[in-house]
Design a protein around this ligand. Structure first.
Ligand code: CO
Length: 134
């Protein structure tokens, strides 16, 4: 059911330093920071030949990334995102199998302008999983 790895999202405590590291030290193609107020994050997309890395930094009050960085002050992998063809079919299959969808259970429009869902990390080996319909 799941398709390609769309991205790996990394929460970072210092966005400028992370951008410089990916661009200058790792030699990656790094985009400009984009504020996503609906998601409480500023995102920088790093384009790799086979997938993307998203550098996430807290934006505004109550950002989900702020709590993560409190627990992981050096930063860390926040979630991984798999592509699916039909997000409603994917959701129904997963909830039937007992997996928990975060929030209302309805897809939201994610940072790429496509419908996304998040699955509870406790149901996926401690990894927060995002599904994106492509
Ligand atoms: Co994501």
């Amino acid at each position: 059911m799941i398709g390609r790895l769309n991205h790996v999202a990394i929460a970072v405590p210092d966005l400028a330093a992370a951008v410089a590291q990916y661009r200058d030290t790792l030699g990656a193609s790094v985009g400009a920071p984009q504020d996503e107020p609906a998601h409480g994050v500023t995102v920088v997309f790093v384009e790799l030949p086979n997938t993307k890395i998203e550098l996430l930094y807290p934006l505004g009050e109550g950002s989900p990334i702020a709590g993560f960085l409190q627990k992981n002050p050096a930063g860390g992998i926040h979630h991984i995102c798999y592509e699916v063809d039909d997000i409603f079919a994917a959701r129904d299959r997963l909830t039937t199998a007992g997996a928990r969808v975060l929030g209302s259970g309805e897809p939201r429009i994610g940072a790429h302008g496509k419908p996304v869902l998040f699955l509870h990390p406790k149901d996926f080996n401690g990894c927060l999983v995002e599904l994106e319909q492509v």
